[in-house]
Design a protein around this ligand. Structure first.
Ligand code: FAD
Length: 405
């Protein structure tokens, strides 16, 4: 029988395993995961689960019974450390050898670490795993802490919202002039800035921490521009780094992630990659893209599984992302590489934060973000997919159906 091995026990991995069985694969499926948990979803870790509003089980797509029923062997607390593509064999940290007929690398990403004095002090947190989220919840829930967030991207802002919701004093230290300046642009980034300011979050922008002050091994502050912001909880959220070492040492092509084509095939015919670790060729925009989002892990995991079985499948969907902060919920669909110099058109009520924003390049919608407006994501995606020229005045006018703009 064929043996398909999946390294990494996250969302991409579980979707691949499920798809292999759905497609009728009856060989061996082995998931090798470094964590002690079954595969789980990470979005709740900075939102509902962190806030104690969602039960733990909700983060797990499947229970242990599902893996047993589908004959998927999950090997937990096992790390693959070497890959020999010539011999179709992996070596685990305990030196065990695992051979494969096809291999999927779905090792995800880890938080980018910063290297300033004081980072190892007690009270300094990173967030990636469910254990990290539980530690953070314990650190935040009493609501009487001084919390400093390093990083004003999505994770930094979600954590600022969570820390504030618990009642803590919160300061965000961000490198850009407004939060989310890169992904959204200054104008919409300013909307997020105001949202957080209204909830009492203080911002130190265009700043970077020089060091973390500590006393007896416990963090006491963050030094920014020569001043010390008092803190007893510091959370660093400055992006992630794809876990490419295994592939790289195995001689697989790596460039800002494991390079795969639209079928999730790497430079080795028996090896595939999916999820945060993969830099996939996107046939619609004609470039490689690493997409660190939930929907991407699901879609690319499924596509990779089909490709492993020799079923023709492409990953050509529109990148999708969502966030929840306080009472603001949003969905974003689109191609970030195409929004750089795009014009932004807003449809709806910006002041009330109920609108859809569109990014236009050459009169075509290349991205859209719905903020507290629901059930429009499919129409937004349809506009992007059609790549047709749109009329700005009609696009702005909520009384004109999106299908008719
Ligand atoms: P991962 O989920 O990172 O799983 C990879 C697994 O592989 C890990 O368990 C890792 O320990 C393991 N591993 C790594 N190396 C090895 C090895 N050598 N051997 C064995 N195992 C290994 N996305 C959204 O779209 N919306 C959101 O709101 C959102 N919120 C998020 C909030 C948080 C706190 C985080 C951390 C992420 C969030 N994301 C969100 C991103 C989303 O969770 C990721 O895109 C998704 O988890 C990627 O799945 P993956 O399977 O590629 O990788």
């Amino acid at each position: 029988t064929d043996r398909f091995v999946i390294v990494g026990g996250g969302l991409a991995a579980v979707n691949a395993a499920e798809t292999l069985r759905d497609e009728g694969f009856d060989g061996d499926i082995v998931i090798i995961g470094a964590e002690k948990h079954l595969p789980y979803e990470r979005p709740p870790l900075s939102k509902g689960y962190l806030l104690g509003q969602e039960p733990r089980e909700k983060a797990f797509p499947h229970s242990a019974a599902w893996y047993a029923e589908h004959d998927v062997d999950v090997v937990s607390e096992a790390r693959a450390v070497r890959l020999d593509v010539g011999a179709n064999r992996l070596t685990l940290a305990d030196d065990e050898k695992v051979s494969y007929d096809r291999l999927l690398i779905a090792t995800g990403a880890d938080p980018r670490r910063i290297g300033i004095p004081g980072v190892h002090a007690r009270g300094v947190h990173y967030l990636r795993s469910i254990d990290d989220s539980e530690h953070l919840r314990d650190a935040l829930k009493s609501g009487d802490h001084r919390v400093v967030l390093i990083g004003s991207g999505w994770i930094g802002l979600e954590l600022a919202a969570a820390a504030r919701t618990y009642g803590n004093e919160v300061t965000v230290v961000g490198r850009d002039k407004v939060p989310l300046d890169g992904p959204l642009g200054t104008d919409l980034g300013t909307m997020f800035l105001r949202l957080h300011q209204e909830h009492g979050v203080v911002f130190e922008l265009e700043s970077e921490p020089q060091e973390f002050a500590e006393a007896d091994g416990q963090v006491t502050g963050v030094v920014v521009d020569g001043r010390t912001i008092p803190a007893d909880v510091v959370i660093v959220g400055v992006g992630v780094v794809p876990n490419v070492e295994l592939a790289e040492h195995g001689g697989i092509e790596v460039k800002n992630g494991i390079v795969v084509d639209e079928h999730m095939r790497t430079s080795d015919p028996d090896v595939f990659a999916a999820g945060d670790v993969a830099s996939a060729y996107h046939p619609v925009i004609g470039q490689h893209m690493r997409n660190e989002h939930w929907a991407n892990a699901i879609d690319t995991g499924k596509t990779a599984a089909k490709s492993m079985l020799g079923i023709r499948a492409s990953h050509d969907g529109i990148p999708y992302f969502f966030t929840d902060q306080y009472d603001l919920g949003m969905e974003y669909s689109g191609y970030p590489p195409l929004t750089k110099d795009a014009e932004v058109i807003v449809r709806g009520d910006r002041e009330k934060r109920e609108f859809v924003a569109f990014w236009l390049a050459d009169d075509r919608v290349v991205a859209g973000m719905n903020v507290n407006v629901w059930d429009v994501n499919e129409q937004v995606q349809e506009l992007i997919r059609s790549a047709r020229a749109v009329d700005r005045t009609r696009l702005q006018d909520p009384s004109v159906a999106l299908a008719d703009v």
